[in-house]
Structures are given as structure tokens and as C-alpha cells.
Design a protein around this ligand. Structure first.
Ligand SMILES: Cc1ncc(COP(=O)(O)O)c(C=O)c1O
Length: 365
């Protein structure tokens, strides 16, 4: 079987992680200790921002970003319906109202032209999602946000290391949210997330909010949550961060290789914006034959998967929110398929997948 994702670690990395985890165990400090501070500094440096604040997961990173920016009850937040449902769960958890913009046919990320059309007096923020690691058009989004005085939170949960004109995503907006869910380009060994910002007030507030909003021990001033990135995960992430650039380069090579190998077939790939470089979180192809291809690959011992099978607003929890003009979103949820993709995917495995996709399309003529 060729899996969609393989999280096995090289022996040396596994050894380093074990050593660091053992140090944490011996320190007997498991929450809000030294490791968290070390990781936050390293991650902020990697992204090129002033502050990183570790939280429990990516969903909480979005929630606390919204809360720190003052977005709350009945405020409208523009985002997309082709994303992880957790993007939208964060919005509704804060009592805000999600408004869905369509996605662009080429980049599969928020359609900038649709943003302006969907802004009204209640709109307070935009959450663009760098889907599958592909940067949104942040320059244009920030221009619109400035005109309409909107806050922007990049959902960079899938985009560790993606860039626009050599600047890392997560540095364009007021605040950005990252997830370190195990399968992400930078993945923990459990749940973890972080907020990135250059704004000291926001950073200070998020630090309080993740810890129940207490300003001193047992003195709760703000409505916070309990969402801290624990010491063991911070230690794991610090080790893995050292390998992220190298792994992202492998992802890039593999993505190029897939594109070359699949050339000429009636399938489409996600396109980057001008100056944009994807972090290649997943390798996803677009074909109207998606379901048949998935089935065919499974018969050939290849696991592929659908990201995402339902537009957000079709799901029961979100059904009451707006659904206007989302044609591309609808099409993509019917046609996208993720192929096996991870840094340690071997050439032999990749060639087999490519060959099988090719042979599927031969059967379709
Ligand atoms: C785009 C996107 N947003 C938000 C999240 C939520 O992150 P987490 O699972 O760490 O809460 C994820 C990850 O699942 C994601 O991919």
C-alpha cells in the first residue's frame, strides 16, 4: 500500500526527539516552561515575525486571533467554504458570522474579486486560507482590508514556509494562525498551534487569553480559554523545525516531479499567484473523474483522499450561513483529489502512482 501520508521519522531525528522529550520529563515542568519560550522564539524567527505565541491547536489560534482583534458577536467574517471546517468552527465559536467568498479557479484560494462584493457594514474581518500551502493574494487582500478598515487573519495552518516575493506567509496580516497537527509540514506529536504577529499588544493579550485570561495567578481579568502548547510538544517542534526547510524542498521537488509525470493528462494543478511559492502541504489534482480515479487507485494499492468533499455551508452545522455565488467552490469539492505526498515518498513509489494515474486515463478513452 502506498499511503497518502507517512509520518515515519528518520532514525537520527527520532533519536534527537527522544532525547529532548526525556529532558522535559526530567525537568518536571510540563506547561508554560522553558521549552515553549525556546520554540516560540525559533518559530517567530523562522517566519520572520516579532512574536509567536504557542497555543493548543490551530483552531484556537484562529479563535484567539479573532478575540484579540476584538471580533465578536454578530460581526461578519469573510472566508472560504473550501477549507478545513475548523477555520469556520473558530469563527462561530467566537459568536461571529461566517460569510463565504468563492475561490479562484486557478489558485483555489479566496477570490479577491468576490471579497469586495460580499462586504457590508457588519463585516469586520477576512480570514484568507493558504489552501494546501498555496499563498493567497495577500497584497490585494490587504489593500481591500485597508479601504474597508477590516482586520485580516491569515489561516496559515497548511502553509509553514510558503512565501510571496520571498516573504513568508503569516507576516502579511494583523495576526496569522498556524496548526502543528501531526500531518502538517511542521507537525507535533499531538495537537499544537501558534499565533504569529508583529503587534506587541496583540501578542501580550493572546498570552493572557490562552491561559484563562489571568493577569496574575488566580486573577482572571479577560475572558480567556485554556489552550497552551505543552512542553513536550514544544520540544518536539523545536527539533522538527530544524528540518522544515529541507523537507519543504523535498516536497517542492516531488510536486514538480508529479506535475511532469502527469503532463498531458486531462487533469489540472493548483497554480501559484505571481511571486508566490507554495509550501506544498498536499499534492492535489483536479479531474471530473475524481471518484472513479480514487477507486481505481485503491484497487492498485494507492491511497488517495478528498480535500474537501463538502463545501462548508452544505454541512448541517453551517447550513444557515450565506451560500451566494460559490460556483468554483462547488466544482472543486466534486473534482479535487490528493495523491500520496510526503517528504519521504520514494521515486519508485511516486513513479508507480504516476503510472497508475496514467493507466486510469487510458481506460477512460
Ligand atoms: C486550513 C486549516 N485551518 C484550521 C485548521 C485547524 O487546526 P487544528 O487541527 O490544529 O485545530 C486546520 C487543520 O486541521 C487547517 O488545515
Amino acid at each position: 500500500m502506498i499511503p497518502l501520508v507517512d509520518l515515519s521519522l528518520p532514525k537520527n531525528v527520532k533519536g534527537l526527539i527522544k532525547r529532548e522529550v526525556e529532558k522535559v520529563i526530567d525537568s518536571k515542568s510540563y506547561i508554560l516552561g522553558e521549552q515553549l519560550g525556546i520554540f516560540e522564539k525559533k518559530f517567530a524567527r523562522f517566519i520572520g515575525a516579532k512574536f509567536a505565541i504557542g497555543v493548543g491547536n490551530g483552531t484556537d489560534a484562529i479563535r484567539l486571533a479573532l478575540r484579540a482583534l476584538g471580533i465578536s458577536q454578530k460581526d461578519k467574517v469573510l472566508t472560504v467554504a473550501l477549507t478545513s471546517p475548523f477555520t469556520v468552527i473558530a469563527i462561530i465559536e467566537e459568536g461571529a458570522i461566517p460569510v463565504f467568498c468563492d475561490v479562484d479557479e486557478r489558485t483555489w484560494t479566496i477570490d479577491v474579486a468576490d471579497i469586495a462584493k460580499k462586504i457590508d457594514k457588519k463585516t469586520k474581518a477576512i480570514i484568507p486560507v493558504h489552501l494546501f500551502g498555496n499563498p493567497c493574494n495577500m497584497i490585494e487582500i490587504m489593500k481591500i482590508a485597508k479601504i474597508y478598515k477590516l482586520k485580516v487573519i491569515e489561516d496559515a495552518c497548511q502553509a509553514h514556509g510558503a512565501t510571496i516575493a520571498n516573504r513568508k506567509v503569516g507576516t502579511f496580516s494583523d495576526v496569522a494562525a498556524f496548526s502543528f497537527y501531526p500531518t502538517k509540514n511542521l507537525g507535533a506529536m499531538g495537537d499544537a498551534g501558534a499565533i504569529i504577529t508583529n503587534n506587541k499588544n496583540v501578542a501580550d493579550l493572546v498570552k493572557l487569553l490562552r491561559h484563562g485570561g489571568q493577569t496574575k495567578r488566580f486573577w482572571h481579568k479577560f475572558k480567556g480559554v485554556n489552550s497552551r502548547l505543552d512542553e513536550i510538544q514544544a520540544a518536539v517542534l523545536s527539533v522538527k523545525l530544524e528540518y522544515l526547510e529541507k523537507e519543504n524542498k523535498k516536497r517542492k521537488k516531488l510536486a514538480k516531479r508529479y506535475q511532469k509525470g502527469l503532463q498531458g493528462l486531462p487533469i489540472y494543478f493548483q497554480k501559484a499567484i505571481s511571486g508566490g511559492k507554495s509550501a506544498h502541504h498536499l499534492f492535489v489534482v483536479r479531474t471530473p473523474k475524481r471518484d472513479a480515479l480514487k477507486h481505481f487507485l485503491l484497487e492498485k494499492n494507492i491511497i488517495s483522499d478528498v480535500y474537501y468533499p463538502y463545501p462548508i455551508y452544505r454541512q448541517t452545522l453551517f447550513a444557515k450561513y450565506s451560500k451566494e455565488n460559490l460556483t468554483v467552490t462547488e466544482e472543486l469539492t466534486r473534482e479535487l483529489l490528493a495523491l500520496p505526498f510526503f517528504p519521504s515518498l520514494t521515486i519508485k513509489q511516486q513513479d508507480y502512482v504516476t503510472k497508475m494515474v496514467r493507466s486510469f486515463f487510458k481506460t477512460q478513452i
